[in-house]
Design a protein around this ligand. Structure first.
Ligand code: HBI
Ligand code: FE
Length: 273
């Protein structure tokens, strides 16, 4: 492993079982995502050489990603340190895990694998506004580390890149990678009465804790991808100072100023505590 934590993908070394895991995961999402995932996501996916047969070769994906918005996937063993992660994003390199989950982890795993990283993240990198937002997040991450604001900035990533919804003319749609790569959450986030759905608000999101071990209790919907592009142009330093004096908000909590789209019942998590 080099300093930037990259490793060769070594596509030829994937086993038949690993390709079969991909096929199962991909077929499930292919059946679910039309009508649930955003047009930007579905369009990006259709233009990439990502298919149902097996784990894609990053070199082939990179030919298309690089020619479109200058992004590339680089293979990594798994989670990389924050500073390394941000440095890659700032240079339009997305670190994608090489490994795929075991057959007994089809429905749930905490650490991102190649299915999550490729199916979840690569399609959105085909959209110019999103491609710019991700790079800005990398640059912002480097600054947040210096300002001691990483925990807050990470919430923005979580509630947009990983678990974001977007308003489309026909209704709310998914663009968050953590949702589009999850069979159960693709349904839960849009259809279950339990979670809150709120309009995205930067200061609100910077204060909102999140759970990494279960469905989200709150989803934030953007008006469109221009809203993310606007975030990419803001200087967060003053905003960090503003929110530093305000209390954090629990994942399932509502506040007086929330722009509520649907108020959740909280029933799912109440039954799972
Ligand atoms: N590493 N490979 C990988 N993928 C991630 O999504 C990732 C990471 N390291 C750090 C990280 N995410 C987050 O902690 C930051 O977004 C805050
Ligand atoms: Fe992710």
């Amino acid at each position: 492993m080099s300093d930037d934590h990259s490793i060769p993908q070594d596509w030829g070394a994937y086993t038949a079982t690993e390709h079969a895991t991909w096929r199962t995961l991909f077929a499930r999402q292919q059946a679910l995502l039309p009508g649930r995932a955003s047009g930007a996501f579905l369009g990006g996916l259709s233009r990439l050489p990502i298919f149902g047969e097996g784990i894609p070769d990053f070199a082939r994906l990179n030919n298309v990603l690089a020619a479109t918005n200058g992004w590339r996937l680089i293979a990594v063993p798994g989670l990389v340190p924050d500073a390394v992660f941000f440095a890659h994003l700032a240079n339009r390199r997305f670190p994608a895990a090489r490994f795929i989950r075991r057959p007994d982890q089809m429905d749930y795993l905490e650490e991102p694998d190649v299915f999550h990283d490729v199916v979840g993240h690569a399609p959105m990198l085909m959209l110019p506004a999103f491609a710019a937002y991700m790079q800005a997040y990398g640059k912002g991450g480097v600054k947040a580390l210096r300002l001691g604001a990483l925990e807050r900035l990470a919430r923005v990533y979580w509630y947009t890149v990983e678990f974001g919804l977007v308003r489309e003319p026909a209704g709310f749609r998914i663009y968050g990678s953590g949702i589009v790569s999850s069979h159960s959450e693709s349904i839960f986030c849009l259809e279950d009465p339990s979670p809150h759905r709120l309009s995205f608000d930067l200061r609100r999101v910077l204060r909102t804790r999140y759970r990494i071990d279960d469905f989200q209790e709150c989803y934030f919907a953007i008006r469109g991808f221009d809203e993310l592009l606007e975030l990419a142009e803001i200087d967060f330093a003053q905003i960090y100072r503003d929110v530093a004096v305000l209390p954090d908000i629990a994942p399932g909590e509502l506040t007086d100023t929330d722009q509520i789209i649907t108020r959740g019942t909280g029933a799912y998590h109440a039954g799972n505590r």
